[in-house]
Design a protein around this ligand. Structure first.
Ligand code: 5GP
Ligand code: MN
Length: 329
């Protein structure tokens, strides 16, 4: 709960903040936003992560201070774990030995912390960090504003996804008033790619297929494509969304081979189509319209397993739509 988080911050001094492996805009923006919040209160705080910040986020205020480490090698009064579904997501050894505070906006998160503050109405954890500023009386500085804005911008898919609410815009508006330049933030994230990303995209897009209904589309990225284009892991971020630009496509998957026979899978959907449920079947998770999991096995098998599940999810959502439409008649 928020009150427990506030109490801990008020009564203790030495903190660490961490988030999931391969951090993204919300995990970095929220972690660094909280870092600046705690600094404003003169707390001893550091951000520790298993992986370093991707290129697009390296200019975020405080990103250069992130300590990359595979193990929690110091003792803290509290470790804030941002945006993680379970205690293993940060990939940090000995994390469970600490006083863990779980801060997340996924309703599917496990309550693995001693304190758990979960708000599934928040578009991003960034929104929660903003609320924490208000609750602790910390002024939203330019640093906090830039970090929180990045969290909102990325986790709402540039304010496209259904998690975007009036509150998101209200907070974004105050952040802009504080000095955030939306065009500058957007360019840092979406206009600073390496050429290798475009080369990889051309190869991944060439694999796109759709099912006979036209509602489901999927793509595959092989290790060989990544090697050939000298692309980094983060270069593929965002590819999964491309097929959704087509009107009738309602669910998409990107199967990214990360070692032989192991596919990091990203799922995306529109409207009521729930892909989080599919990810959960394979030990992953996420939101209704954006989820992920790791799949192991033969490519053909994986394709034959996941594509029908995506089609079922689309059919179920369309059935649901019929029911609500009927109910309204
Ligand atoms: P992405 O496809 O960008 O890797 O992940 C989309 C969303 O799905 C993430 O924001 C996160 O919420 C969720 N997600 C991705 N991979 C996993 C996973 O392995 N486990 C869980 N619980 N959630 C995941
Ligand atoms: Mn998030």
């Amino acid at each position: 709960m928020l009150s427990q988080v506030v109490e801990l911050i008020e009564n203790k001094d030495r903190f660490a903040i961490t988030s999931h492996i391969r951090p993204d805009g919300d995990s970095l923006g929220s972690s660094l936003g909280l870092f600046w919040l705690l600094r404003a209160l003169d707390k001893d705080v550091e951000v520790i992560m298993r992986d370093s910040a991707p290129h697009s986020y390296q200019k975020l205020p405080g990103a250069d201070a992130i300590r990359v480490t595979p193990v929690v090698d110091r003792t803290y009064d509290g470790v804030f774990v941002i945006e993680c579904s379970d205690i293993d997501r940060p990939g940090l050894i000995d994390l469970e030995k600490q006083f863990v505070v779980n801060i997340d906006h996924h309703s599917t998160t496990e309550l693995f912390g001693t304190v758990n503050w979960i708000d599934s109405t928040a578009s991003a954890v960034g929104e929660m960090i903003y609320n924490l500023c208000k609750a602790t009386g910390v002024r939203v500085t330019k640093e906090i504003a830039e970090c929180v804005y990045t969290a909102l911008l990325t986790d709402t898919g540039s304010f496209h996804y259904s998690n975007t609410t009036e509150r998101t815009f209200k907070i974004a508006s105050e952040l802009v008033r504080t000095g955030v330049k939306p065009a500058k933030s957007a360019e840092a994230i979406f206009g600073s790619y390496h050429w290798s990303k475009i080369e990889l995209l051309s190869q991944v897009l060439a694999t796109v297929r759709r099912d006979e209904t036209g509602h489901v589309a999927w793509m595959r990225q092989t290790m060989e494509m990544q090697e050939r284009t000298c692309a980094s892991d983060e270069d593929a971020d965002g590819f999964v969304n491309y097929p959704l630009a087509v009107g009738e496509v309602e669910a998409t998957a990107l199967f990214k081979e990360c070692s032989p026979g192991v596919y990091r899978t990203s799922l995306r959907s529109k409207g009521d189509v729930n892909v989080a449920k599919i990810a959960e079947l394979f030990g992953g998770g996420g939101h209704r319209n954006a989820a992920g999991c790791t799949l192991r096995g033969d490519w053909d098998e994986i394709e034959q397993k996941v594509v029908p599940l995506l089609r079922d999810a689309v059919e179920r959502a369309n059935g649901l739509k019929d029911v609500t439409e009927d109910a309204l008649k």
